[in-house]
Design a protein around this ligand. Structure first.
Ligand code: GDP
Length: 330
């Protein structure tokens, strides 16, 4: 059985990837951090096949030990301080975990290495936030980076150090430059889930307004379930390389809000939405739209869930969750 080691296993992508790899017959090891982290119990209850290993991206010896225990064929580094807004308040922590954490993981791989015939294959979760103030539209693998947040800056470091270690030490290391990807497992702090959850609660009479920041920025939103497949596909290639993963469509936050309200039959959405400066960011990424031609032609990857289906999936999921919590029959 092939073995995979995943950091960030309690996050959205970690959960999707763990299930995907398990279904493919992998032994799945997940790194978990902290003492009595409440997310671990919930994850293990849902996916009892995951072997958890304690460790922290801030602690190189713990990464080395985790690789020694798991002896993986593939390492997926999905762990990060991943929320852009938080990265402005905790910039040093973000640089340490999201940026330097990649370097530590690469060093741990160099130390443990795998066998000559079967070196460890490494996947780094790079991000469209690296494009930031975009230099061209749409963005592809050759588009220069111009990050707009401490998160984006840390991801650029992570991306560049993967390229450097691949070139310097001949590691099998790939970066997936993933555009925003969402789904029912998305954290409530991200705008898609914040909107779909609020819309569900408003429909059920549990909440009366939705308070947001900038409604004009545009994102290329795909479905996380489609995107973790691309991560795995990258590591099955003969040669390591970097790939943009995106849908090639962009929508504003306003489009998202309108569509989510329409899903529950509410057309006068402006009556429910208020803007508050506290949700605006010191610097914004105005427009993201990815060109995934390389992934399509070289990996044979393409997204299966489009934007309307994604919003519908998320709203329906939140309706079920919130109705159940409140004891309301749908
Ligand atoms: P990001 O692209 O990784 O920053 O993903 P987010 O889902 O956090 O934010 C996407 C966009 O939504 C950004 O341009 C935010 O400024 C915008 N946005 C507007 N209102 C909100 C809000 O209340 N919460 C979040 N998270 N984003 C918001």
């Amino acid at each position: 059985m092939p073995r995979a080691f995943i950091t960030g296993i309690t996050g959205q992508d970690g959960q999707h990837l763990a299930q995907f790899l398990h279904d493919k017959g992998y032994d799945v090891y997940g790194m978990v951090k902290g003492q009595s982290n409440p997310r671990i119990a919930a994850l293990v209850e849902e996916m009892p096949f995951i072997e958890t290993i304690p460790g922290d991206l801030a602690d190189l010896p713990s990464l080395v030990a985790a690789l020694e225990v798991s002896q993986p064929d593939e390492v997926y580094n999905l762990g990060a301080i991943s929320f852009v807004a938080l990265s402005f308040n905790q910039a040093e922590l973000t640089a340490n975990i999201t940026g330097l954490g990649v370097l530590r993981m690469l060093e741990a791989i160099r130390m443990i290495g795998g066998s000559q015939n079967n070196p460890i294959r490494f996947y780094q979760a790079s991000s469209s936030e690296m494009f930031g103030k975009v230099r061209e539209t749409p963005q592809n693998e050759a588009t220069p980076f111009h990050p707009r947040s401490p998160y984006g800056c840390a991801k650029v470091f992570g991306h560049d150090i993967v390229v450097n270690y691949r070139e310097s030490y001949d590691l099998f290391a790939c970066s997936g430059i993933l555009f925003n990807h969402e789904g029912p497992r998305r954290g409530i702090e991200f705008v898609t889930r914040k909107v779909t959850n609020a819309v569900a609660r408003i429909k059920l009479g549990l909440q009366h307004e939705l308070v947001l920041g900038n409604l004009d920025s545009k994102r290329d939103w795909g479905y996380a379930g489609d995107y973790v497949k691309a991560m795995w596909m990258m590591l099955q290639q003969d040669q390591p390389d970097d790939f943009v993963i995106a849908t090639g469509e962009t929508h504003s936050i306003e489009d998202l809000v309108q569509r989510a309200f329409a899903e529950v039959g509410i057309d006068n959405w402006t009556d429910y939405v208020r803007q508050d400066p506290k949700f605006f960011r010191p610097a914004e990424v105005d427009l993201l739209i990815g060109d995934a031609t390389k992934a399509r032609t070289e990996l044979g990857w393409q997204p299966e869930v489009d934007f309307p289906a994604l919003v519908s999936m998320m709203v329906q999921n939140d309706l079920e969750i919130e109705a159940k919590k409140a004891g309301i029959a749908l």
